[in-house]
Each structure stands twice: as structure tokens, then as C-alpha cells.
Design a protein around this ligand. Structure first.
Ligand SMILES: Nc1ncnc2c1ncn2[C@@H]1O[C@H](COP(=O)(O)OP(=O)(O)O)[C@@H](O)[C@H]1O
Ligand SMILES: [Mg+2]
Length: 385
């Protein structure tokens, strides 16, 4: 989707404003928020599950008789960037709305900052920021006025608001554009303004629903830089995306397909799980049956695949020890080798493998992971030595 095609604040202003206000109301409990002198503060929620910002245990959501999210279990540590990755319709927004308490799970247990989302108190919500997928601005208002509105939603007083507005606009590099009306801004600038509005009350947990969708790669990179800065300040970010390569930027991820969790862990763990181990590529002039036999006899080798160029892709438990083991075994056997090194599959490859495996699993067929775990034969496509 190009910048121009993305739904803009100018397309359906009234609809979009309604969406925004409804969503904001859910997170902020309008006008009842931050600086109200004289009102007793409620004690912050106690984390029941260690230091996790969010825990989900077997969480499911049905709409009618359709399982939109099924049996999803994960933990989100505080102070981390957590990616919810999956194609359109995989349940990302639904999962996020459950964490926000906008909708209630139909099964399982969920805690955010130690509390069930439908029992959030004002104090809990004050600590949260939410950038909905379809964030709306008031097109006829200036950047500054839009942000002041966002601040007023959180009940900030005039003094605090001024400071925070400046900080938030500096953060997204929009201070110089503060007097322009929102409708004059490019799609990317509107998205930055949306981020500023989400951060205006300095939330501890930040929910961003496809914040980088449809924006150019330079701005996407800049957004991720900003997310890391927020994380380094100790905040927790929960970010959904359809761009699988963005998995790299997260501390931990879940991958969803049709509402089911197909993988979770750190990006490296997910990569290893998808591939059945770590990959080492072996290039050389004599990688025939004998070489295959030698490699297969190494106890930490889980699988071997011949690539179209004749080289071998060897799946090992750990490339750090696997590479020297391979070098040594082939040297002892007198097999000439040009190159041996770890091969890091791209997240595109990892994602394709995860999706294929999930389809195979749903159909009851053995997956690449099962094959790799079940022995060394499954992924061999060369004749046995
Ligand atoms: N309120 C709802 N009522 C019925 N179906 C819904 C509702 N919200 C979402 N869905 C369905 O749930 C599925 C997942 O939607 P969603 O969570 O928006 O996915 P994603 O954000 O990954 O694109 C889709 O098939 C969508 O049509
Ligand atoms: Mg969505």
C-alpha cells in the first residue's frame, strides 16, 4: 500500500474521529484521568505473574462460532519490545483488544500489569497508550491542536500538557510542523502525529497496532529506532505487524496464523525452531556420498539438504560448535571444502517455513521440524552413502 492509498485522516473524518474517540475512551476513560488533585490515588495493580507486563494462558476469542483467537499462551516481560506477527486476519488486533480490555476473552486467562483487563482501574489505564490500526486525527485542526486534544483526553492540566506536547512533538520530529493542519500532512507525518498522541501521557505499556503499515522503509526504520528508545527507557511495547522482517527488531515475538500461535520466543529461537536447528552451508568440489556419510555421522547434525548449486545445507543444534565439528570431520576424512559457515535464514524464509509447517500440522502430515527432530534421514535428498 502506498502512502497515498493508506486511509488518511481526510477520507472519512467523522467516521474516523468516532473510531478514535471510542478506542481512546476504552484506554483512557475520558476526562477522568491524570492530574486530579484531592482524589485519592488507587494503588497500582500488583503483578501476580512475576515481572511480566502481560501474561496470556490459553486465551481464546470466539465471534459467533468462529474461533478468531485460539488457545494462545505467552508472556511479555516488562521493558521489552514484543512483536505480534501474522498476516491479515490472523487475530492480531483481536489479541491486542483483549489485552486492552476492549473485548473479553471467551476462554483462558489474561493479565496485564497483574490485573484482568476487564477489571482495569483508572490508574492501570493511565499507564497505557494505544495506537489503533485506524488512528484518526482531526483534519481541520493543527498538529498542535490535535495533540492538545489528545492530552485533554487524558485529563492533563495546562502546564503539564504544554511540556508533554513539546516533548512528544520533538520525539516524532514534528515540532517545526506544529502549526500545519493535519490534512496538509503527508501520510507519514500523520502517522508520526498518531504516535505522538499515543505517547502524550508517557505511558508505561504502549500498544501499537500496525504502526508501520504502508509507510516508506526509511520512516519504518526510524519508527523502530524510536521504539527501541522507548524500550530503553523501561517501557513495554507491544507491536503488531505484517512485515515479517520486523521480527528482527523485537526482543520476543509470537507468530499467529488464523488465530493460532505457531511460534513464540526470541527471534533467534523462532528461527531455530522453524528451521529445526541452525544452518551451516558447506561448499566444495567433492560433496558426494562420502562427504554426506561423514557429515551424517556427526552426532549433533540433525539434517542435510542439497541446495540447487550443489552445496550442502546442514542443520545442526548449534552453529557455534557445529562449524568447527564439520570442518574437523571433513578434514580428517580428506574431503576438500571451499567454504563452511553459518547461514542465517532471512525472516521471510523462516515465516514461509512456519506457515507451511502449520498447514502440514493442521493436516496431520509430518512437518520439517518433526522430520529434522526425528532423525537425519527426513531432510536428506541425496543418495545414501
Ligand atoms: N467484532 C468482530 N466480529 C466478528 N468477527 C471479527 C470481529 N473482529 C474481528 N473479526 C474477525 O476475526 C478475524 C481476525 O481479525 P483481526 O483480529 O482484525 O486480525 P488482524 O488484526 O490480524 O488482521 C478476521 O477474520 C475478522 O474478520
Ligand atoms: Mg489488525
Amino acid at each position: 500500500m502506498s502512502l497515498e492509498n493508506r486511509p488518511s485522516a481526510t477520507s472519512h473524518p467523522s467516521d474516523r474521529a468516532t473510531v478514535e474517540i471510542v478506542e481512546r475512551a476504552a484506554t483512557a476513560e475520558i476526562a477522568d484521568a491524570v492530574d486530579q488533585p484531592g482524589k485519592p490515588r488507587q494503588a497500582p495493580a500488583v503483578a501476580l505473574d512475576g515481572d511480566a507486563a502481560v501474561t496470556a494462558r490459553g486465551v481464546g476469542k470466539q465471534f459467533g462460532d468462529k474461533d478468531v483467537v485460539s488457545e494462545v499462551t505467552f508472556d511479555i516481560p516488562r521493558g521489552s519490545i514484543f512483536g505480534v506477527i501474522g498476516p491479515s486476519g490472523s487475530g492480531k488486533t483481536t489479541a491486542m483488544r483483549m489485552m486492552l480490555g476492549v473485548i473479553r476473552p471467551t476462554s483462558g486467562e489474561m493479565r496485564v500489569l497483574g490485573r484482568e483487563p476487564h477489571k482495569f482501574r483508572r490508574r492501570d489505564r493511565e499507564g497505557m497508550g494505544y495506537l489503533p490500526q485506524l488512528f484518526a486525527l482531526f483534519p481541520e485542526l493543527s498538529v498542535l491542536e490535535n495533540l492538545n486534544f489528545a492530552a485533554s483526553v487524558y485529563g492533563m492540566n495546562w502546564f503539564k500538557r504544554g511540556r508533554r506536547v513539546r516533548t512528544a512533538l520533538d520525539f516524532v520530529e514534528l515540532w517545526d510542523a506544529r502549526k500545519r493542519t493535519a490534512s496538509e500532512l503527508s501520510g507519514g507525518m500523520q502517522r508520526r502525529l498518531g504516535l505522538a498522541a499515543t505517547l502524550i501521557h508517557s505511558p508505561e505499556i504502549i500498544f501499537l497496532d500496525e504502526p508501520t503499515a504502508g509507510i516508506d522503509p526509511v520512516l519504518r526504520a526510524k519508527f523502530w529506532e524510536r521504539f527501541r528508545e522507548l524500550r530503553d527507557e523501561g517501557r513495554t511495547l507491544i507491536v503488531t505487524t505484517q512485515y515479517v522482517t520486523e521480527a528482527e527488531y523485537c526482543d520476543a515475538i509470537v507468530v499467529l496464523k488464523e488465530g493460532r500461535l505457531v511460534a513464540n520466543g526470541t527471534p533467534d529461537e523462532v528461527r531455530r525452531k522453524a528451521m529445526g536447528g541452525e544452518l551451516v552451508r558447506v561448499v566444495g568440489p567433492e560433496l558426494g556420498r562420502r562427504a554426506l556419510g561423514v557429515i551424517r555421522d556427526i552426532s549433533t547434525v540433525r539434517g542435510i539438504r542439497r541446495l540447487p548449486d550443489g552445496s550442502l545445507e546442514v542443520i545442526v543444534d548449534d552453529a557455534g560448535s557445529g562449524v568447527p565439528e564439520l570442518i574437523e570431520a571433513l578434514r580428517v576424512a580428506g574431503v576438500e571444502v571451499d567454504e563452511i559457515g553459518e547461514q542465517r535464514p532471512t525472516f521471510d524464509d523462516v515465516f514461509v517455513r512456519l506457515m507451511e509447517d502449520e498447514t502440514a500440522r493442521a493436516e496431520g502430515a509430518p512437518t520439517a521440524i518433526d522430520k529434522a527432530e526425528g532423525g537425519k534421514l527426513g531432510s536428506l535428498d541425496a543418495p545414501a552413502a
